[in-house]
Design a protein around this ligand. Sequence first.
Ligand SMILES: *Cc1c(COP(=O)(O)O)cnc(C)c1O
Length: 796
Amino acid sequence: MFTNKETFKKVFCNRLEMLSGKSFSESTSRDHYNTLGSLVREYISSNWIQTNEKYRSSKQKQVYYLSIEFLLGRLLGNNLINLGINQIVEEGLLELGIDIKNIEEAEADAGLGNGGLGRLAACFLDSLASLNLPGHGCGIRYKHGLFDQKIIEGYQVEYPEQWLRHGNVWEIRKSDQAAEISFWGEVESFYHEGKLKFRHVNAEKITAVPYDIPVIGYGTESVNTLQLWNAEPSPFPHNKNILEYKRETEAVSEFLYPDDTHDDGKILRLKQQYFLVSASLQSILRNYKSTHGSLEDLHNGVAIHINDTHPVLAVPELMRILMDEEGMGWYEAWQVTTKTISYTNHTTLSEALEKWPIYIFKPLLPRIFMIVEEINERFCKELWKLYPGDWNRIENMAVIAHGVVKMAHLAIVGSYSVNGVAKLHSEILKKREMKLFYEVYPDKFNNKTNGITHRRWLLKANPQLAALLTETIGNDWIYEPKSLLELKNYRYDPTILERLYDVKISRKEILAKRILAQTGIKVDPYSIFDVQVKRLHEYKRQLLNVLHIMYLYNRMKEDSSFTFHPRTFIFGAKASPGYYYAKKIIKLINSVAEKVNSDKQTSEFLKVIFIENYRVSIAEDIFPAADVSEQISTASKEASGTGNMKFMMNGALTIGTLDGANIEIKDAVGDENIFTFGLKAEEVLHYYQNGGYYSNEYYYHDKRISKVLEQLINGHFPETEGDFEAIYDSLLTQNDQYFVLRDFASYVAAQEQVNDAYQDRSKWLEKSLLNIAHSGYFSSDRTIREYAKHIWKIDS
Ligand SMILES: *Cc1c(COP(=O)(O)O)cnc(C)c1O
C-alpha cells in the first residue's frame, strides 16, 4: 500500500471513509491521523508477527527493559521515517491537498514520563529495534501522562493530561494475556513433600491487561514490542464494596507520578511499582517457559534490566515465582535471579533514593516483604564474614534498616550489574555514594554513558540539517552516527558553513513563529537563541540563568552604552505540582520576561520567553533552533543529562558546568568549542563535607549580585509581593545549597565569552559544525551496543 503514491492515495481514501464514516471533504486532521496510523499498523503487522515467531523459534536471548516511565512523544512521523515510507506518504497526501504536518499535530504526545529518565527509555527502544536487537519495553499504561502545564499570570497551573481521549491507534489490547496481581492479605506456611513452603492468602487481586505497541526500527524488518499494563478489576473480587474496589483498582494505572526525584511515600506509588514488576515477570516467564521449558537457565535466554530502582521489586518477585510457584530452593532461585537482573542508577541526590517504610511495605506486599527480609539477613551474614564486628558498616549497607527498605541496596545486592549514566556519575558512585558496595562487589560496577536517538533528534526533528549533512558526507551517519566525524573535513569550507547558518536561521524562524502564536511576542531570528529546557529543579539552576538576565537588564538600564549581540533567552520547564520553590522560579522567569520584553529601551537586545508545557513534540522544534545550550547544574548533581546531547547534535554550543555528560562533550569537542565555568564536582563535594562556603560574602562583595537579590524583595516586580522571598531566603538565609552565587561571576564571564565568540560568524559556525561532527558518540546506538555487549550479552 506504500509502494507508490497512486496506490497509497487510493488505499488512504478508502480507509478514511471506512474509519471515519465521513466523506473526504468532511474529514478532519484527526480522521486523517487515525487513517494513516491504522494503515501503518497494518503495514507492519506481518513483520511484527514474524519477529515474534523468529524470537520464539530461535530461542534468541531477549532483553526486557523495565521502566516506570516511557516518554515516547509522538509516534507517527518517526514510524514513517523508520519504515522509509515518509516521502511517498508526504507527497501522496499533498496531492490530496493534505499537509502531513497537520496530521502529525493531531497525534497526542505519549507523555508517560517526567523527563530524562523516561526519554532515555524511549530512545533505547528505538536503538534496540534499529540495531535489530531483541529488546522490549515493559511499562504502565497510565491513563493520564505528565500533567499539562499552563502559565496563568506567570504561575504554573496543572491540568490532567488526556492522551487517550481519542483512542490510541498504535496499541493492541491483549486481554488473553492478562495477569493477576496480589496485594494485602497474609502469608501462610505449610509443608509440601517435606519442605517448608509459603503461600499468599486472602489477597486482594487485580487484573493487569497488556497493551502492545510496536517498536519499529530504522531500515530493519524486525518489530519489537513495548508492553504497557493497564490495571482493571478482577472478575471475582473478594468481599469488598464493588465500587470502591473498582476505583482503587483503576487508580493503579490512572496517573503518572509527576515527580522525578522525590518519593512522596504514597502507597499507590508502591502499588504501581509492584504492579509493573509482577505483570511483566509473569509475562516474561510465561513466554520463556513456552519455548525453553524449565527456568534453571533463565539468564541464558532472558536479561531483565531495571531503569532506576522503581522496578527493583523484580528481585523479590522473581525469587517468589521461582520458589513458590516453580519449587526451587532459595540458593538456586538466588543464582538465577542475580544472573538475570541488571540495574541502572540515575541519581545520587539523597532525596531521590527510594526508601519505603516497613509499615507501608509489609502489609501491602507480605510475601515480597518476607523475601526482602531474607535477602537482607543473608546479605548481612555475608558482610559479617567479610567485616566481622564492623556493625557500623553493616548497618549502613543493610537492605532493611531503621524501619525502611532501601531500594538501591536491594538493587545492588540482587543484580549482576550496576551502572551509572556518565563517567563522572559512575565514578561518584564507586568512590562515594556506593563506595561500601563497590568494595564488596567491584566487578558489578560499570559506566554506560547515556545517549539519544539521532533518528528522532536529528533526522526527524531537523530534516533541514539532516539533508545538508547527507548532501555533504553521504548518508552513512544515519546507520553509523560516528560517521558524522567526516564533517570535520568541512570545518573551513565557507559554503558549507554558510549553509549551516541558513539552516539554523530557518529553524529559528520556525520556532519564532511558534513563539509568536503562543505568546504574541516577536523574537528576532538573528538574535542568539539561548535555551534552557528541562525539568525545573534547584540543582539544574534555572535561577542562575534568570539572575544573569536580571543583571544584564540592570546593566543596560544603568549604562546606555552597554550593549551586546541581541539575545533571546528561552525557557521551558515543568515543576512538580508540590514543589513550592520550583514554582516560584517559574514565576520569577515570567516576571522577568514581562519586565524585560515590555521595556522599549532594552527590547532590541533582550527578550525572555517561557514556552509552556515543555514536552517531546515541542522539544523537536526547540533543539534545532538553539544557538546556545544551557547545561548549568551544580557540578556533581546532574547524573548525565541528555538534553545537552540533543542540543549538540543540532549544532548548539554548550555553556555548562563540568557535570554529567558535559564533561564527555567537552572531551569530544575540545575546550575551544564549549564554554565551561563554575565549581568542579570535587569542589562542590568538598564544600558539602567540610563547609567553608558563605553565600553572604558573595552578596556583599559583588554589587551585581546584591542589586539583583534586592530586586527580588523590594517591589521591583510590583505585582508579585512576597513571591520571591523564598528564593531570597534560600540564597542568603539558607546559604545557597546549590552554589548559585558562588558560580555567578564565573557564569557571567562565560556568557561574555559566548557573546564575543558569536561576533566571529565563521568561527562560531566552525564550532557549531564540530559539535555536530562529534555528536555521533552520543547516539543511543552506541550506548545500547555497550549494554548489549557488556551487560546483556546479546551481541552474538
Ligand atoms: C531530553 C528531554 C529531557 C531531559 O533533559 P535534560 O536537560 O537532560 O534534563 C526532558 N524532557 C524532555 C521532553 C526531553 O526531550
